[in-house]
Design a protein around this ligand. Structure first.
Ligand code: DON
Length: 587
């Protein structure tokens, strides 16, 4: 159904500063967004959500979503489907789906118990804190992002095996088979995928002198409609299918991976692989108004940051102020500034550093953090804490959400870090290795590829996991499953998840609208707010600029969300991002 946008003048009594618009409202089956500014558009597109009653899979690729739904239909639960989707994504979405990377899973079972699994990569045993610095102590450009030295010990296969061993219902082999079929039969490339592979040709050639099937054998560029067959990957998947995690971390694949590392000067050895272990961790569970938020604890910073962000805006009437109105935006930016400063200072692998999680998300601490805020003027990031400035790079991670017929729910965000990771393809194995080591703070105050800075808490140490921003999250309302959310986007993951949640719970959007809605981002340093074109009314931009905010329209979009909402009648709405090839499928 076509959306109806009404451009009306809205005038309301202001709270402490004025506002220009009203939230999205449902009226006679149409959602109307009331704004006085034709330059503002609330949504990236008018894509509609997918509705189903029995189960839903929202992922970055139609073939992967299909695999997940097939598993659900066969009687698999949400964890079974998630495992199958993770392996399918490794085949159909090689820029981010992976077996050579890592990630995080949040799982809420039908009875309401929740669990989180950390399958983040670990620093190899031979790594050390200054490994990316030259003799003068300066970072060597590219060393932590391109090539063999950039990789941490992968965690995805161990994570999936651990999730399946604890909660899976269907046999392991059935969950790997669809990925094997896709790798053998070949995947038809979308325009976006073809472009992605063409864009990394040079760097792939540089770090893979032996070539790989990600480069077309005839040397030509990939086009939409071409088929990518991955026989080596199929063989690796067969070993994983037969031997479980040992099929990857021991034996032939482990030896292949270690010799690839040796050839290119990487650090990962067979010993590192054998020693890798994913880890169940206590979820962060907190309330925001009458919602229960279940999210990822460190080694991701995402859950802590999300809880802080939600609780920082909780005292403010943002529903009344309106979606992306100046006051709403201002308190959200100021919350983000403070939270990313905390991230840089306090967060790291809890197995190595003490992270004061409870304190950071406590109302008392957060009240304290607001003391330096005034509506009259933007807070200066330098006064919140010190740091440096950097830009963005090409982004790729992937998130998927699954809900089964019993309303078990899984949120997984998984990544190679940058698009196609380190660009290293394991010879004979046919899969990309991550460049996750760049998520460590390679030198105090030096920004990573997302412009995030850190210090000792996130310094490299053997066996340590690098800090992440991934924020797979599940919300409960009145004791029942309510929402499953997550996205890629590096440092913008946290703020995109934050906005998507608020879009639904405060601004009355559907799941798909909350995903479609245009987004903005602030991360303390650099001290600027980036936004998708159209996200703000001209008037809002002017007001914020007058209060000292630097606003920068971004060419790239923010987020590739894959989310599921439980509707009041118990049906499910899948919301997948029109900014990518993402698709929700239900049954
Ligand atoms: O763990 C992290 O925070 C990053 N490695 C995520 C990278 C990412 O989201 C890239 N893509 N969009």
């Amino acid at each position: 159904m076509k959306k109806l946008y009404l451009f009306l003048f809205a005038s309301f009594s202001s709270v402490s500063v004025g506002q220009a618009q009203q939230p999205v409202r449902e009226s006679q089956g149409f959602y109307q967004f009331l704004t006085e500014d034709p330059n503002q558009k609330p949504f990236y597109s008018d894509r509609q959500g997918v509705i189903a009653n029995n189960g839903m899979v929202a992922s970055a690729h139609p073939d992967a979503s299909q695999v997940g739904v097939d598993i659900l239909k066969k009687g698999g639960n949400a964890v079974d489907a998630a495992v199958a989707v993770q392996f399918a994504l490794a085949v159909v979405h090689p820029s981010a789906g992976n077996i050579g990377g890592g990630g995080f899973m949040v799982f809420r079972d039908a009875s309401g118990k929740s669990y989180t699994l950390d399958f983040r990569e670990m620093a190899p045993r031979r790594s050390h804190k200054d490994m990316y610095l030259d003799k003068q102590g300066n970072p060597v450009p590219g060393l932590s992002t391109l090539g063999h030295l950039a990789s941490g010990v992968p965690g995805s296969v161990d994570g999936m095996a651990a999730a399946h061993a604890r909660f899976g219902k269907l046999p392991w082999r059935d969950l790997i088979q669809p990925a094997i079929d896709l790798a053998e039969r070949g995947v038809v490339q979308t325009e976006r995928e073809a472009r992605g592979l063409n864009n990394i040709r040079e760097s792939m050639q540089k770090v893979n002198p032996g070539g790989s099937y990600f480069l077309r054998p005839d040397g030509r560029e990939w086009k939409a409609g071409d088929t990518l067959v991955q026989e080596d990957l199929a063989r690796v998947l067969r070993l994983i299918q037969k031997k479980g995690r040992d099929g990857f971390y021991k034996g032939k694949v482990a030896r292949m991976l270690a010799s690839e590392m040796k050839r290119g000067g990487g650090l990962i050895t067979t010993k590192d692989l054998k020693a890798y272990q994913s880890k169940w961790r206590e979820p962060i569970i907190g309330t925001y108004k009458n919602y229960k938020v279940i999210t990822m604890p460190p080694t991701s910073s995402g859950g802590v940051a999300l809880m802080q962000l939600l609780r920082l805006v909780e005292p403010y009437p943002i529903t009344r102020w309106g979606w992306n109105a100046d006051s709403t935006t201002q308190v959200m930016i100021e919350a983000e500034r403070r939270v990313y400063a905390d991230r840089a200072k306090f967060l790291g692998d809890p197995d190595f550093v003490d992270v004061p999680v409870d304190k950071l998300i406590s109302y008392e601490y957060l009240r304290e953090r607001w003391k330096s805020f005034s509506f009259a003027q933007a807070t200066d990031s330098r006064e919140v804490s010190g740091g440096a400035i950097a830009g963005y790079e090409s982004l790729e991670t992937t998130h998927f959400s699954v809900v089964d017929k019993d309303q078990n729910a899984v949120a997984i965000t998984t990544t190679l870090n940058g698009g196609y990771g380190s660009r290293v393809v394991v010879q004979g194995g046919g899969f990309f290795m991550n460049n996750e080591m760049d998520d460590f703070s390679i030198k105090p105050g030096v920004p990573n590829m997302f412009g995030l800075i850190g210090n000792k808490a996130n310094a490299i140490e053997p066996g340590k996991r690098m800090l992440s921003s991934m924020t797979p999250t599940i919300l409960e309302k009145d004791g029942k499953l309510y929402m499953v959310v997550g996205t890629p986007g590096g440092s913008t993951i946290i703020t995109a998840v934050y906005q998507t949640i608020l879009n639904v719970v405060e601004h009355g959007m559907t799941m798909q609208q909350a995903v479609n809605a245009l987004k903005f981002h602030h991360q303390w340093l650099p001290d600027k707010t980036t936004f998708e074109q159209g996200a703000f009314a001209d008037n809002t931009i002017r007001k914020l600029q007058n209060r000292g905010y630097t606003l920068e329209m971004q060419r790239n979009s923010i987020g590739r969300m894959d989310c599921i909402l439980v509707r009041p009648d118990g049906s499910l709405e899948g919301g997948s991002d029109p900014r990518g090839d993402n698709v929700s499928m239900g049954y």
